[in-house]
Structures are given as structure tokens and as C-alpha cells.
Design a protein around this ligand. Structure first.
Ligand SMILES: C[S@@+](CC[C@H](N)C(=O)[O-])C[C@H]1O[C@@H](n2cnc3c(N)ncnc32)[C@H](O)[C@@H]1O
Length: 291
């Protein structure tokens, strides 16, 4: 029987104990505090997956997630919201290019800038960082940089690793910054691929921000960063989880490093050792003992 027919014949709506159990599983695997108001969103996403697995009830799907670790990865991909774009929130990028990069280079003339795009989704944020830093590398030698992108959702990490974009994401980059798009992307069939010099400096890994970055086995990457982009992700968590994430991030920031948040996010309620620098930017002012 088709899943939609089966669900229509029984109780097709996700509700009651099954809904509560699913929300608890979302929290267990991602830390995300999803409310019952997200029921229809969750239901639509689960049905697609259940159809692919030929499962006809939410209870069967819950069992599948509980009994098969591989399904947990799919489940996490289903419940995360990965909306992103190149150069999202223009004022962030103006400050990064015009103030942060030149000031950092003056203060660290021979070092490699280490950047972390935490919750990088499909990589547009990390490549935006790389395009601006690369312009600096070409114009101000010996400046160099590396960008580390992480996300809990495995499918977006794969896209980011490929550095291959099409559709709305690429259209908006080509419209808003045509010179930059032409310099750093080349056509590959219907899509556009990031230039090799960017891809060589950008690395992506799957990582859950609820855990310390030190729990991730990194062969050759920095564990401490000069600037961390943590944008448009804290909004999905409750207060205690936000505090946990910010503490984990702080532990991976060098003294004096900057943290960049999304427009609807703030650190006001937290004990962090970070000082407001200017809207959306916070500076780590304490030593590591305090974070
Ligand atoms: C709305 S996107 C933001 C992407 C990008 N930072 C931006 O501002 O455009 C939020 C991302 O956070 C990721 N995410 C959610 N929970 C996470 C967790 N516990 N650990 C790591 N990433 C998480 C999601 O998979 C998603 O890709």
C-alpha cells in the first residue's frame, strides 16, 4: 500500500506520543528545540523519507531511526533547515573585508588567518569568506588564509565539499557580485564550480556544535580560530543549549578572536567572556580559563 493511502486510512497526522517522541529525537541527535508548531513541516519531510523506505506508519519510522544508526544521519538531514546564500547580510561582509581583514593582517603580518564557518550549511558562507580573503591574498602578500566549515547535516557538507552551485544561490551571486562570481566560479554543465585555489583552502567536516570541536579528529586543521562565523543557527536552540554551543565555540577561539552572529541573535543573556564590538561582532577578551 502507498504510504499516503495508508496514512489517509489510519491517522495520517503526526500527533500525540509519536510527535512528542520525534521532537525528543530531534533534540537528542541535534540539540535543536523544535516545538509542536513545526508539526506539518516535520510531517511533510518525514513522509518523503518514509515513501523512499516503503514504511507506512510514523511508529515504523521511529523504530527504524532507533534501530539503525545509518538512519540517524538521514533523520538529521530531514530535520535541519539549511537556508543560506552567498554574502548573506551585506553589512557583515563590508565589515569583514574593509575592517577585519586589513586590521588582522597588520597585527599578524606573517601568520595564516584561520576562519571557522560553524553551521556552514552548503558552503556559501565559507566560500564568501574565501573569496574576500583570497582577494587579500593576491593584493597583500604574504597574507594567506584557511577556512574550516562544519555542519551537522551530511548532505549539505557533501555539496560544500564539491563547491558546485546552481539555481537561486548562484543566480544571486552572479547578479550581486558579477566580477567576483566570474573570477572565482567557472561553468560546469548547468552548474558553477568554485575555483581550485579556493577549494584548496576550504575544508568541510560534519560536526555537532553541541560537542566541543576538540572531539572531532582533525588531521591537519587548526583547532583555534581568529574569527568564527556562527550565523543563523543559535535561533534553533533553547537558552541552555545556546550557552553550551557558545562555550564550545569560545574554547576554539584564539584570545582576541571575533565571533560573528546572525541578525536575530545576541549574546546578551550569556556568560561568555566575549565583549560586544559592534552589531553582530563579539570579541573574545578573556583567557581560556574563563570560558
Ligand atoms: C539556517 S542554516 C545557516 C547557514 C549559514 N550559517 C548562514 O547564515 O547562511 C543553519 C545550519 O545549522 C545547521 N545545524 C543545526 N543544528 C546544528 C548542530 N547541532 N550542529 C551543527 N550544525 C547545526 C543546519 O544543518 C543548517 O545547515
Amino acid at each position: 500500500m502507498e504510504i499516503d493511502t495508508a496514512l489517509a486510512q489510519g491517522d495520517g497526522d503526526l500527533s500525540g506520543p509519536e510527535l512528542r517522541k520525534l521532537l525528543a529525537m530531534v533534540r537528542e541527535h541535534t540539540g535543536i528545540a523544535m516545538s509542536e508548531r513545526k508539526r506539518s513541516l516535520l510531517q511533510g519531510r518525514l513522509r518523503r523519507r518514509m515513501r523512499a523506505l516503503s514504511l507506512t506508519s510514523y511508529a515504523d519510522y521511529l523504530c527504524r531511526v532507533e534501530s539503525q544508526p545509518a538512519e540517524v544521519t538521514h533523520f538529521i538531514d530531514l530535520v535541519t533547515t539549511n537556508e543560506t546564500s552567498f554574502f548573506r547580510t551585506p553589512r557583515v561582509w563590508a565589515y569583514f573585508a574593509e575592517h577585519f581583514l586589513p586590521e588582522w593582517q597588520r597585527a599578524h603580518p606573517r601568520e595564516t588567518l584561520e576562519v571557522w564557518s560553524a553551521a556552514s550549511s552548503s558552503g556559501e558562507e565559507a566560500y564568501s569568506i574565501a573569496m574576500l580573503a583570497d582577494a587579500m591574498r593576491l593584493s597583500q602578500p604574504p597574507f594567506d588564509y584557511r577556512v574550516f566549515g562544519t555542519d551537522i547535516c551530511s548532505s549539505v557538507v557533501e555539496t560544500a565539499r564539491m563547491g558546485r552551485y546552481e539555481g537561486r544561490s548562484m543566480d544571486s551571486l552572479r547578479t550581486s557580485r558579477p566580477d567576483v562570481a566570474a573570477r572565482y566560479f567557472s561553468a560546469e554543465g548547468e552548474a558553477w564550480r568554485a575555483a581550485p585555489e579556493l577549494r584548496a583552502r576550504v575544508q568541510f567536516e560534519r560536526h555537532n556544535l553541541m560537542r566541543p570541536l576538540s572531539s572531532l579528529r582533525l588531521a591537519s586543521r587548526a583547532r583555534r580560530f581568529d574569527i568564527v562565523f556562527l550565523r543563523n543557527v543559535l535561533i534553533y536552540f533553547d537558552g541552555p543549549s545556546q550557552q553550551q554551543i557558545v562555550s564550545n565555540i569560545c574554547a576554539a577561539m584564539k584570545p582576541g578572536a571575533l565571533l560573528v552572529l546572525g541578525e536575530s541573535e545576541s549574546l546578551q543573556r550569556f556568560d561568555t567572556g566575549l565583549r560586544f564590538e559592534q552589531p553582530l561582532f563579539y570579541r573574545k577578551v578573556t583567557g581560556d580559563a574563563h570560558v
